[in-house]
Design a protein around this ligand. Structure first.
Ligand code: NAP
Length: 262
């Protein structure tokens, strides 16, 4: 793999993905930008190439479309210069679950989970064989909080965090770095796209601050980076509480509270 590997970023036409493109270009990485809006990616690529000189390739793809997704998978599998995958493309879905159309739910799950898992699956064997490479998965703090009332979106993000933690355990020892990034509300177009007025939110983080913080976590090789979480010890305590449950799971018998009374 190249010393300064190419970075493939999904959802690179706006928001967090476009900001990752900016930051990685300034670090001297060539880029592959993936999203549906080709014109926006071309404009971003022209600006970043002009400012940094890096080579930028554009892959127009709807990641909910199996054929488009396969093209991106093939690129990840075959282009050995790609050493970082930023699994960022995603969407939100506003409103109550009972008001959400089944097709919208299906599309959200396809974009936020299936595409993320398939793209990681396409690149992980090559990275593992090379003993290097990095996968950044953009999750969300909503995946920690059913209380936030965004059940399907939160469930997709819980999937992304879990997948990242599992892949980190499996691939870390093989030299592959996997990072989950959990932003809270960040000023991007995702809100407007989900028919939510970002200005109704009490506070939001600016996207540059979010990505710069996430890259601090990347450089430290953190497996989970939560820029808005002020006390990192709370995450550690949460993980410790979760792990403490594991030895208490017994496969052979149901717990006493579920045994039928004799
Ligand atoms: P955004 O500005 O709306 O960006 C979403 C990106 O995903 C765009 O580049 C969009 O490009 C792309 N995309 C959407 N549907 C796609 C599809 N079907 N196929 C391919 N690309 C698609 O929102 P963002 O906030 O930067 O979102 C980036 C990630 O951050 C998402 O995974 C989101 O869940 C996560 N996140 C955001 C926040 C927040 O508050 N902003 C908080 C936590 C997590 P095209 O329209 O050109 O395809």
């Amino acid at each position: 793999m190249a010393e300064n590997p190419t970075v493939l970023i999904t959802g690179a036409s706006s928001g967090i993905g476009a900001t990752y493109a900016d930051r990685f270009a300034r670090r001297g990485h060539d880029l592959v930008l993936v999203a549906r809006d080709k014109e926006r990616m071309e404009a971003l690529a022209a600006r970043l190439h002009g400012e940094t000189g890096v080579a930028i390739d554009i892959l127009q793809a709807d990641l909910t479309d199996a054929r488009d997704l396969a093209v991106v998978e093939t690129r990840l599998r075959d282009n050995r210069r790609i050493g970082v995958l930023v699994n960022n493309a995603g969407a939100a879905l506003g409103g109550a679950f009972v008001a959400q159309a089944a097709n919208d739910v299906g599309r959200l799950v396809a974009l936020n989970t299936t595409a993320v898992a398939r793209l990681a699956s396409a690149v992980a064997p090559r990275f593992a064989e090379a003993g290097e490479g990095a996968i950044i998965n953009i999750s969300s703090v909503v995946g920690l909080a059913p209380e936030f009332g965004m059940s399907v979106y939160g469930a997709t993000k819980a999937f992304v965090t879990f997948l990242s933690q599992g892949l980190s355990l499996e691939l870390g020892p093989k030299g592959v770095y996997v990072q989950a990034v959990l932003p809270a509300a960040t000023r991007t177009e995702i809100w407007e796209r989900a028919s939510i007025d970002v200005n109704t939110l009490p506070v939001v983080m600016e996207v540059g601050e979010l990505v710069d913080a996430a890259l601090v976590g990347f450089d430290r090789r953190e497996s989970v980076t939560i820029p808005p979480l002020q006390d990192a010890g709370q995450w550690d305590a949460y993980q410790a509480a979760r792990q403490a449950i594991l030895p208490g799971l017994r496969q052979e018998h149901a717990a006493a509270r579920y045994q039928a009374a004799l």
